[in-house]
Each structure stands twice: as structure tokens, then as C-alpha cells.
Design a protein around this ligand. Structure first.
Ligand code: FAD
Ligand code: DLZ
Ligand code: SF4
Length: 518
């Protein structure tokens, strides 16, 4: 009797804890395209195509290497539509002596897996996902002693644990842990970053694209521009290109935004990392080597490593620490519906229109667009966290709840009341103007504070600060802003509040629930 090894869509590596060390002749690997996962939100078409294509390529790679793979396609006649249903059918087919499965990335799926020991008449081993530097238990231990957590302190622990950018006497390379101060360059006028590696859809991807168009044609996003890496080899080529051509300027321009330039110096590797095609620690080691070889400056390399062993690890630990409550957190009591333009891109606010366009065309927007344009607007306008969460989960090809939810609920919306971030990331038009070229051709002016033609972020910023004064005045990082507000005097304050309300009154909510079925 074999061991049955279910491999989920974001576990596509032979180094997976449930695969490595197993022998081919007593193992059946089960991979499942299931309706429940494809539709629990109405994912961007590129996201579904990417996952199915990467799954099919991985299954082929395993078979070529001699593994027995039982692969269930979405349109297989007897497909039950769920992971548990498919494991039940596989148990019938293979009569396994045991099931070995790596814990799921998402709470919803993990809940289902935890029922398997009672459901199936064989041993079920649920193994930790050791593709992360810190285990869920390790984060819990770190978090349990604290009231508020800060990524920075967790990150230092991860630097010590991995030895990345550490000197022989256990000090941070260059004397400082975090070089973010050097990573806030505004964009240059004639920026011309080298293009990222793009991959023509092969036969498998074309087949999947046709399936997605047929089954999910109504979902958000376009498929014509699909060019994601779908195999380990392609993902490695994309990483090679990043290390050869873009990492040098990754740091300085990390927060820059340029109209129509969707990738800038970002790695564009998140989809491959989250699927399991690339190992984040290996990428960090390559980045460190680039620094040691004099090919990339410390601020770029430290910034890249911090995103991976700092933010990425931290949000994953945070997710498991606060689930299931994190999904419904709404400490600022935000109740507005998601505006329609998040789906259509139809708004005169040029920054938002460009970020939605990139999101629709690429199933991607870079970090500062997600945080300081799309996220900042949702925060200031008081959009309901559940609607914002659904949107982010749907529209990005790299979106899985464990990484999306902390970033949305806690980082951009402050819905957790400040457990993750020390202050809300609220900003007026000034910030976007400094970090982008969006405002130059916008109908609105960031210099105009209120009234006709004023950048809506300006009055919305003060409206937000005003309505959350009780909570935010106590915050040592943001509380000082209220002396500026008080000095303005009543007339000016009224203008800000009236301008914001006039804008919000005509803000069109989404016509239909694009994110969820039914
Ligand atoms: P780069 O800028 O090249 O960064 C390198 C890597 O660092 C990324 O590939 C990613 O793996 C990691 N990283 C960077 N920032 C974060 C972060 N805040 N949290 C976790 N990992 C990070 N990332 C996702 O992978 N999936 C999501 O669903 C997701 N949702 C987000 C929602 C919001 C509101 C915000 C503000 C950020 C979100 N991010 C998410 C983080 C980040 O925006 C993306 O990882 C990044 O834009 C991916 O592009 P890249 O690979 O070019 O990243
Ligand atoms: C997102 C997604 C989609 C669209 N489809 C599948 C699928 O058919 N089969 C699969 O194994 N995984 C899929 N996924 C990923 C899962 O929804 C989920 O995010 C991961 O299993 C992590 O828990
Ligand atoms: Fe965005 Fe305001 Fe700049 Fe227009 S003026 S692009 S709305 S920040």
C-alpha cells in the first residue's frame, strides 16, 4: 500500500517536506484542480491560469523524473470539486497506508485538512511547511511576550538566524540593520529600466488559458498579456535577469512610481516564490552574494532581503497568530462599499487609474502602488475591510490569504488597531506627487488643498484624521499632526471637511459584487 501525498497548488517543489526523502515506488502524488478553490473568490483570470499551468507543468516534471502522479483536472467528469472530496476518491483508488500532507498556506484549507484524520481510515501526517525561515510555532513564541509587534525586531532575529548580511562578530553588515532611508528616491524623468523576463505561453499554458476563458470568462482581468514564469526553469531565468539587470537600482527606486512603467526595478518574483517555484532563502543568498561581489549596493540588497525574511515571514507568522479573527477585524469601523473604479479604472484620479490598469493587465501592481495609492485611498475613504480584502485577494496573481490579509487588514487599513503597524499609512497628495510622475498630467492638483481641482487625497487625509482623532491622537508617531489641524482654525478645517464630504457623496460604489459569486 502506497503513501498518498496531496500537493496543493502553491506547494510546487520537490523539496516539499512531504516529497523529499520519499521513494518513488511507494508514493502516489495527488494534485487537484478543484472548483471550490477556483471560485471561492472570483480570482483574476491570470491568477487561475498561472496556478493551473504551474501545477500541470510540475506534474509533468515529476512524472518525467519517475514519480507516480495522480492529476485531477478541473473538467474531469467525476471531479467532486473539493480537496477533501478528491482525497476521498484517491483513497478509494489507491488504498494508501498513510496520507502525508504539508500544512496549507490558508486557514480555510487547513481547517479542511485537519478533518482528514477523522474522515479517512489511514494515518494522516500533517507536516510543517518548512519553506519559511520561521515556523508558525516559532513566530508564536516570539509574539506571545509582546503587546505590539514590530517587523523590525522580528527581522533582526531572522538576520541572526540565517546569518544573512551579518559580520563575523554578529553585527549587521555596514553597521545598520535597516537602510530604508537610502531607498526613497523620487523617479528620474527618463527612467528606462531593463524589461523583466517574459515567457510566451507554451502548449500547456495555452490549453489552460482556453479553459479559463471558457469557465471563468466573466472574471476580472485580461489574459492576453499572460507572461508569468510557470516552471522552475523559467522562474530561475526571471531571477537571473533580476540579479543581472535590476537589483542594483531596486533599493533606491523601491518606492517610486511612473505612469505606464509597471515593473520598474522590482523583482516580479512574488508569484514564483509563493507557488514554490523559487526558494526565498536561496534568493536572499544570491542577493547577498551580489553585494559581496560588488555587483549591487548594500541598500538594495538589504532592502530586498528585508522584504523576504522580514516582511514576508512576519506577515505569515502574524496571519497564523491572529486567524481566524483577523478576517473580521474592523477597528476603525469602516463601512463604505468598494468604489466601482477599483474594477473599471474609470476615475479622473490618474494615480488610481494607472494602478488599476496595471492590476487588470498584469494581475500585479508593485508594493508602493498597493500600499500608498490603492491602499491609502481605501483607508482614507473608509472602505469596509472585507470588501478591500476580497478585492486584493482576487486581483493579484501572487495573492494567497496568508500574505494578502495581514497586508490589507493590518498594514493598509489599520483594521487590527495597530498590532502590525505603528501608525496608519495615511498620506495626502503630496506624498504621491513626490514619489511619482502621476500628478503632472492629472486633472487634479496636489498643491490645491480644497475645492474644485484639489487632489482628493488632500481633503480625504484631513477628514480621516479628524474622524479618528480619539484613537490616533494617542499615537506617538502621528498624534502631533493634530496641532497642525488645530492651528488651521475653524474655517479652513470646514473647507477640508466639506471638500472631502462632497467627494465621498458622489463616489460610486461597485455596481455588483465582482469578488464573490452569488
Ligand atoms: P519586490 O518589490 O521585488 O519584493 C521582493 C519580494 O519581497 C516579493 O517578491 C515578496 O515575496 C516579498 N515582499 C515584499 N513586500 C512584502 C510584503 N509586504 N508582504 C509579504 N511579502 C513581501 N505580496 C504577495 O506576495 N501576495 C499578496 O497577496 C500581497 N498583497 C499585498 C497587499 C497589500 C495591500 C500590500 C501593501 C502588499 C501586498 N503584497 C503582497 C506585498 C508586495 O506588494 C508584493 O509582494 C510585491 O509587490 C510583489 O512584487 P515583486 O515580486 O516585484 O516584489
Ligand atoms: C488559488 C487556487 C486556485 C485558483 N485553484 C487551485 C486548485 O484548483 N487546486 C489547488 O491545489 N490550489 C488552488 N489554488 C490555491 C488554493 O486556493 C490555496 O490558496 C492553497 O492551497 C493554499 O492553502
Ligand atoms: Fe493622484 Fe492627486 Fe496626483 Fe491626481 S493629483 S495623480 S489624484 S495624487
Amino acid at each position: 500500500r502506497p503513501v498518498l501525498v496531496p500537493v496543493l497548488g502553491d506547494q510546487l517543489t520537490r523539496a516539499l517536506a512531504s516529497i523529499r526523502g520519499r521513494t518513488k515506488d511507494d508514493t502516489v502524488i495527488l494534485m487537484m484542480e478543484v472548483w471550490d478553490e477556483a471560485t471561492y473568490v472570483r480570482h483574476h483570470k491570470q491568477k487561475i491560469a498561472l496556478i493551473f499551468s504551474a501545477m500541470r507543468h510540475f506534474a509533468a516534471e515529476l512524472r518525467n523524473a519517475g514519480w507516480q502522479v495522480d492529476y485531477i483536472r478541473l473538467d474531469d467528469e467525476d471531479n467532486s470539486g473539493s480537496f477533501t472530496g478528491e482525497v476521498a476518491r484517491a483513497v478509494e483508488r489507491h488504498d494508501p497506508r498513510a496520507i502525508h500532507v504539508v500544512e496549507a498556506g490558508e486557514w480555510r484549507v487547513q481547517q479542511a485538512i485537519e478533518e482528514w484524520p477523522d474522515k479517512f481510515d489511514c494515518d494522516v501526517d500533517i507536516l510543517p511547511d518548512d519553506r519559511f525561515v520561521a515556523s508558525i510555532a516559532e513566530f508564536r513564541e516570539w509574539a506571545e511576550d509582546r503587546d505590539t509587534f514590530r517587523m523590525e525586531f522580528f527581522y533582526r532575529e531572522m538576520r541572526r538566524k540565517t546569518g544573512l548580511l551579518m559580520t563575523a562578530d554578529d553585527k549587521p553588515e555596514g553597521g545598520e540593520w535597516n537602510l530604508d532611508k537610502q531607498n526613497r528616491e523620487s523617479p528620474e524623468n527618463d527612467m528606462d529600466p531593463p524589461e523583466r523576463a517574459k515567457f510566451e505561453p507554451d502548449e500547456i499554458t495555452c490549453e489552460v488559458i482556453a479553459l479559463v476563458e471558457e469557465q471563468f470568462g466573466e472574471h476580472f482581468g485580461s489574459l492576453e498579456t499572460f507572461c508569468w514564469p510557470v516552471t522552475r526553469d523559467e522562474a530561475e531565468e526571471a531571477a537571473d535577469r533580476f540579479f543581472a539587470e535590476r537589483i542594483e537600482k531596486f533599493g533606491p527606486y523601491q518606492d517610486a512610481m511612473v505612469h505606464g512603467q509597471d515593473d520598474l526595478y522590482h523583482s516580479m518574483l512574488s508569484t514564483s516564490i509563493n507557488l514554490g517555484l523559487l526558494d526565498p532563502l536561496e534568493l536572499c543568498r544570491r542577493a547577498e552574494q551580489a553585494y559581496r561581489d560588488g555587483k549591487a549596493p548594500l541598500n538594495s540588497v538589504e532592502g530586498f532581503i528585508r522584504q523576504l525574511i522580514g516582511w514576508r515571514e512576519y506577515v505569515r507568522g502574524f496571519y497564523w497568530y491572529f486567524m481566524p479573527g483577523l478576517e473580521s477585524a474592523n477597528q476603525l469601523n469602516a463601512q463604505r462599499g468598494l468604489p466601482e473604479f477599483y474594477w473599471t479604472g474609470e476615475t479622473d484620479m490618474r494615480c488610481l487609474a494607472d494602478c488599476v490598469r496595471s492590476t487588470r493587465d498584469n494581475a500585479h501592481a508593485h508594493h508602493i502602488q498597493r500600499l500608498m495609492v490603492l491602499g491609502n485611498f481605501a483607508l482614507l475613504a473608509g472602505v469596509n475591510p472585507r470588501e478591500v480584502q476580497d478585492w486584493y485577494l482576487v486581483v493579484y496573481a501572487d495573492a494567497y490569504e496568508w500574505v494578502e490579509l495581514p497586508n490589507v487588514s493590518a498594514m493598509i487599513l489599520y483594521a487590527d488597531g495597530g498590532k502590525l503597524a505603528s501608525k496608519p499609512y495615511a498620506a495626502s497628495g503630496n506624498y504621491i506627487n513626490k514619489m511619482s510622475d502621476y500628478c503632472k498630467e492629472c486633472r487634479y492638483s496636489p498643491a490645491k488643498k480644497t475645492g474644485e481641482g484639489a487632489c482628493p487625497f488632500n481633503p480625504l487625509y484631513w477628514h480621516f484624521m479628524h474622524r479618528h482623532r480619539d484613537r490616533l491622537e494617542q499615537n506617538h508617531r502621528i498624534g502631533r499632526i493634530y496641532s497642525t489641524w488645530d492651528r488651521m482654525g475653524e474655517e479652513k478645517q470646514r473647507k477640508y471637511l466639506d471638500s472631502a464630504e462632497a467627494f465621498l457623496d458622489v463616489l460610486e460604489p461597485a455596481k455588483k459584487t465582482w469578488a464573490r459569486n452569488g
